[in-house]
Design a protein around this ligand. Structure first.
Ligand code: ZN
Length: 212
């Protein structure tokens, strides 16, 4: 599991900066520019990247049991689901199934691994991980090989606008595994008109509002 590799879900890494009603300026970077950000000023900053998802990493499970308090992964320990987050460590009697997948994303400049937040995938797939898992289980009775849902695999080879939350690791140890707090399907592969950019900014803001 990703959590065992020291991965944290984007929601847990830091709170997204408060969004006022005024227009928020989110810096747009190419992936190469993103990987070159080594200033600590960029830690916990949100940036926008226009990318294509090359593939979905299917090696890991696409969901995990999340802590009811902090959303970090819980592990079954002596009959209880206990949070692995050292700052939390609470028990969740009914942990929530949450999405977590990794994709390989690229633009013309670079390719990086991006982990999707539960929120981003929930909106792209149009249902919660619990709902999708129930569907898969129903399907599995007749189609035993549907372990990784097609609805998730379908995001490959499409263009997206990612909201990336830059982590400590991205800046301090040049980790190229990034966290997408949100992802929006692009109508055009390259926004060329100001109208398109405004649409993206609008959807970005509504995405941020969901965080609080
Ligand atoms: Zn927790």
């Amino acid at each position: 599991m990703l959590a065992q590799q020291g991965y944290k879900t984007p929601e847990d890494i830091g709170s997204v900066s408060t969004v006022s009603n005024s227009v928020q300026v989110v810096e747009t970077l190419t992936l190469k520019e993103l990987t070159e950000k080594t200033s600590t000023d960029y830690i916990k900053r949100n940036v926008m990247c226009f990318v294509t998802i090359k593939s979905v990493e299917v090696g890991d499970s696409w969901w995990y049991y999340g802590c009811n308090f902090c959303h970090e992964e819980v592990h079954l320990l002596e009959g209880r689901y206990k949070c692995v987050n050292p700052k939390c460590l609470k028990s969740s009697p009914y942990p929530e199934k949450r999405y977590r997948i990794m994709v390989l994303a690229h633009d013309k400049t670079e390719a990086v691994n991006v982990v999707f937040s539960d929120r981003a995938l929930k909106r792209l797939v149009g249902k919660t991980a619990t709902m999708l898992l129930e569907e898969i289980e129903d399907l599995a009775e007749t189609h035993p090989c549907t372990l990784f849902p097609q609805q998730i695999l379908d995001i490959a080879n499409k263009d997206f606008t990612f909201n990336i939350l830059i982590s400590d690791d991205n800046v301090l140890i040049n980790s190229t595994m990034y966290n997408a707090t949100d992802a929006y399907l692009s109508k055009k592969s390259k926004p060329s008109t100001s109208e398109t950019v405004e649409e993206i900014l609008e959807s970005t803001e509504s995405g941020f509002r969901e965080v609080s």
